[in-house]
Design a binder for this molecule. Structure first.
Ligand code: PLP
Length: 397
């Protein structure tokens, strides 16, 4: 640590507001947006040095942009990581990690309940280049172990899982990854660095959909890959050449989003816990899935591994699909959308939307029942949300 650095030893909430700032000669207080595609050089010699890499500095915004760099540095500071690389979306971040760390013939082990588009990326595109993926239940450590082959190069998972909030012990999977010489990638979009730091539990690389909580207000698409400097050079090399970079405007929105991340995640977690506890007492609810509940099977690991339980919860209404649809159609305040991680509370029926492509058997195996409803608890007043949920129950005939 550098004694001259005012941020040496600073806490995450301070880093979220103060890190990554490089003021221009104008002395602006807030972070500026650099909307420029390219940069001018002082001399022919400087241009040559920039192109050869002998001198660091901006050349072209597909490579670097000051606003995007500020977001990358701030996110890396929050993760306690050496570097971060911003991307055009969460999917671009996952693609970039795959392109950086995988080659033809490699094998990936992935938890079964990851984001649906991640499954499509593996199955429709990486498969074309000879990358094979084995899916295992998140909590079945023996299945993770049994799936390892000599050509296994990457372990990939999300915790908490979506929509049942299963929690895996990251240190345990990290150990398997090290023994097997794999890159261990964690999609931390649900928790964000405010609630969970996978690198500290032994993950090698963290990926984000910034579209969710990092923005937190549903305005922009973006993503990021976070990890060691050498690994992030590989990721940046892919971005420079293939181009799914983050726009400076979006980077600015995410920079400002990070400033309130801790406050928002604490508020999301507080409201979600209050609603989860209250839902458990409602006569039409069969079961509530939220790791903040003391009787949730992943509660003890989450209590150790996370500094909060997040904003996403699911619950099972008595009956099935009809009752779940009637509930959703009778609510009036919550937004009926598959998105999550927003100030606005969102509600969705996983079995017929986000998990609709699974066969009934696959859904059954994954525990996605027809009566299941997922809520991403936003920042509205909790009493108003409970009143809306009561409208939902009243709509069940
Ligand atoms: C939304 C999401 C993604 C994909 O991110 P985009 O920004 O929509 O491309 C990946 N992983 C998780 C967990 C997500 O929720």
């Amino acid at each position: 640590m550098n004694d001259d650095d005012p941020l040496a030893g600073a806490h995450i909430d301070t880093l979220a507001i103060r890190s990554g700032i490089e003021r221009s000669h104008e002395g602006e207080h807030a972070e500026p947006i650099f909307t420029t595609s390219s940069y001018v050089f002082d001399s022919a010699a400087q241009a040559a040095a920039r192109f050869s890499g002998a001198e660091t500095g901006n050349v072209y915004s597909r490579y670097t942009n000051p606003t995007v760099r500020a977001f990358e540095q701030r996110l890396a500071a929050l993760e306690g990581a050496e570097a971060a690389v911003a991307t055009a979306s969460g999917m671009a971040a996952i693609l970039a990690a795959c392109m950086a760390f995988l080659k033809a013939g490699d094998h990936v082990i992935c938890s079964r309940d990851v984001f649906g588009t991640t499954v499509n990326l593996f199955g429709k595109f990486l498969a074309k280049f000879g990358v094979e993926v084995t899916y295992v239940p998140l909590l079945d450590t023996a299945a993770w172990r049994a799936a390892v082959r000599p050509e296994t190069a990457m372990l990939f998972l999300e915790t908490p899982s979506n929509p049942l909030c299963e929690i895996v012990d990251l240190a345990e999977i990290a150990q398997l990854s090290k023994q097997s010489n794999c890159v261990f990638v964690v999609d931390n979009s649900f928790c964000t660095p405010a609630l969970q730091l996978p690198l500290q539990s032994g993950a090698d690389v963290v990926v984000y959909s910034a579209t969710k909580y990092l923005d937190g207000q549903g305005r922009c698409m973006g993503g990021a890959v976070v990890g060691g400097a050498e690994q992030m050079n590989e990721v940046r090399g892919f971005l420079r050449t293939c181009g799914p970079t983050m726009s400076p405007f979006n980077a600015w929105v995410f920079l400002k989003g990070l400033e309130t991340l801790r406050l928002r995640m604490d508020a999301h977690s507080r409201s979600a816990l209050e609603i989860a506890l209250w839902l458990q007492q409602q006569p039409m609810v069969e079961r509530v899935y939220y790791a903040g509940l003391p009787d949730h099977p992943g509660h003890a690991i989450a209590a150790r591994q996370q500094s909060g339980y997040g904003g996403v919860l699911s619950f099972l209404v008595k009956g099935g699909k009809e009752q779940a649809w009637q509930f959703i159609d009778a609510t009036r305040l919550m937004s009926h959308t598959a998105n999550l991680g927003d100030a606005k509370t969102t509600i969705v029926h996983p079995a017929t939307t986000t998990h609709g492509r699974l066969t009934p058997e696959q859904r059954e195996q994954a525990g996605i029942q027809d009566g299941l409803i997922r809520i991403s608890v936003g920042l509205e007043n909790v009493a108003d949300l409970k009143a809306d949920i009561l409208c939902g129950f009243a709509g069940i005939r």
